[in-house]
Design a protein around this ligand. Structure first.
Ligand code: NI
Length: 196
């Protein structure tokens, strides 16, 4: 178990750098619309109460969007925890204009109930989303998120390799900026204060 955890963290770290590199390449070399990278886009997912939600349900609110999985031992909870601290730091009036959105790329284990409970560990404005494998796959493609289920352990547990990027979107659902796993709560709070 400990060994698999170490390997998981190693894989996560390597992927985080590779994914960030790819993303930067894509952002610079891709075809941005009106000067903005075309990250994001339509999605149809399922919230913690089993309701279908789309990107339109978040219009008028800024979003911090993160793809991950609730069994992730390190990178996912750290990023979501830092984002939660940033929302605490900017105060309730500004934070009420922001939704921290966690999108699972492990729908097999992350049922609506599981993502709802997980979101409850972070800032009160956090929304947990999951979906069918097709819905999750389509959302990940729109947001340029790489993920791949790793080979399971003997006990059936498994990790999911995934890129770790927190996207900041404006109230019209347009990309503003993104944060890598090394970003601090203070970095995120500063970006939010500039935007709001
Ligand atoms: Ni993770």
């Amino acid at each position: 178990m400990r060994r698999s955890l170490q390997i998981g963290l190693l894989v996560c770290g390597v992927l985080v750098s590779a994914a960030a590199g790819y993303w930067l390449w894509w952002a610079l070399e891709g075809k941005p619309e009106q000067g903005r990278p075309s990250v994001g886009g339509p999605f149809e997912l399922i919230d913690g109460d089993g309701r279908t939600v789309t990107e339109r349900d978040f219009r008028g609110r800024h979003m911090l969007v993160y793809f991950g999985f609730t069994f992730c031992p390190d990178v996912c909870p750290t990023t979501l925890f830092n984002a939660s601290r940033a929302l605490d730091e900017i105060g309730p009036a500004l934070a009420s204009k922001v939704r921290l959105v966690f999108i699972s790329i492990d729908p097999e284990r992350d049922t609506p109930e599981v993502v709802r409970e997980y979101a409850g560990h972070f800032h009160p404005g956090t929304v947990g989303l999951t979906g069918t494998p097709e819905q999750v796959g389509a959302a990940a493609r729109a947001w340029r998120i790489y993920f791949r289920k790793a080979d399971p352990e003997e006990d059936g547990s498994y990790l999911v390799d995934h890129s770790s990027i927190l996207f900041l979107m404006d109230g019209d659902g347009r990309y503003v900026t993104h944060f890598g796993h090394e970003a601090s709560a203070a970095d995120m709070a500063a970006a939010l204060k500039r935007l709001l």
